[in-house]
Design a binder for this molecule. Structure first.
Ligand SMILES: Cc1cc2nc3c(=O)[nH]c(=O)nc-3n(C[C@H](O)[C@H](O)[C@H](O)COP(=O)(O)OP(=O)(O)OC[C@H]3O[C@@H](n4cnc5c(N)ncnc54)[C@H](O)[C@@H]3O)c2cc1C
Length: 200
């Protein structure tokens, strides 16, 4: 979503969601000096481990952001990853020894630790601001295209933030997607169900 005018104090981009997608995008934009505000409904970073490993496309972006060396130092590079039944029967997997992939080999690091790697890098970016405890209620743009807006429920109450661009990085139940497209969610649903969960 874009709009042509806003005030000089507004961020150029508002990113909704401080998951890995929102944080990494903010870092890449911040490294170019672009004013960014992340609005995140949680009070702080998600401390659930969730993801364990990152495949080549993700590693390519993490390398581009200058984070891959630190991720390697905190995590490890496996020979491969696999999904198995409880009795260890092999279901599917990825080989991590493909020579063409060497620079972007799969790396393992729990997601909450990866988030802190990105957050430490964001601390160095003066053009990026994170607003924790800001739940987005809706997004839109005014009829003249003068500004894009994001309505939030924040610790100071409900307010409207204006910007040039809004990026929805707010996950599977995205409020940004619902605000723009309603209940429509083009695509299809697999017959099989996959459940991913953290086990302690
Ligand atoms: C158990 C488990 C294991 C996984 N393992 C892997 C793995 O090994 N490798 C891998 O690549 N992926 C894995 N995944 C998937 C991976 O975690 C997700 O793809 C990834 O977290 C998506 O990142 P995201 O930033 O797009 O969204 P999310 O991580 O969902 O972040 C969205 C953020 O938006 C915020 N938000 C939502 N709505 C609003 C709102 N209205 N206002 C403000 N903020 C809002 C949320 O609080 C959240 O912080 C796993 C997932 C799970 C659950």
């Amino acid at each position: 979503m874009t709009a042509s005018k806003n005030t000089t104090t507004d961020p150029w981009v508002i990113i909704v969601g401080a998951g890995p997608s929102g944080l990494l995008l903010a870092l890449l934009l911040g490294q170019k000096g672009i004013p960014v505000q992340i609005v995140e409904m949680a009070q702080g970073p998600d401390e659930q481990p969730r993801a364990t490993h990152y495949a080549a496309p993700a590693c390519h972006e993490l390398r581009r952001a200058g984070l891959l060396d630190e991720i390697h130092s905190l995590g490890f590079v496996p020979n491969g990853v696999s999904w198995r039944k409880l009795d260890t029967t092999y279901l599917a997997g990825l080989d991590n020894t493909v020579p063409d992939n060497k620079d972007d080999s799969i790396v393992c690091l729990p997601l909450h630790k990866l988030a802190h790697v990105i957050l430490r890098a964001l601390d160095q970016q003066s053009s990026v601001h994170i607003s924790w405890g800001h739940r987005v209620l809706g997004v839109g743009q005014d009829d003249n295209g003068a500004s894009a807006w994001v309505d939030v429920d924040s610790p100071e109450g409900k307010k409207r933030l204006t910007t040039q661009y809004v990026v929805g990085c707010d996950g599977a139940n995205s409020q940004v997607r619902k605000s723009l497209f309603g209940r429509s969610f083009p695509g299809f649903t697999w017959d099989e169900q996959i459940v991913a969960t953290n086990v302690g």
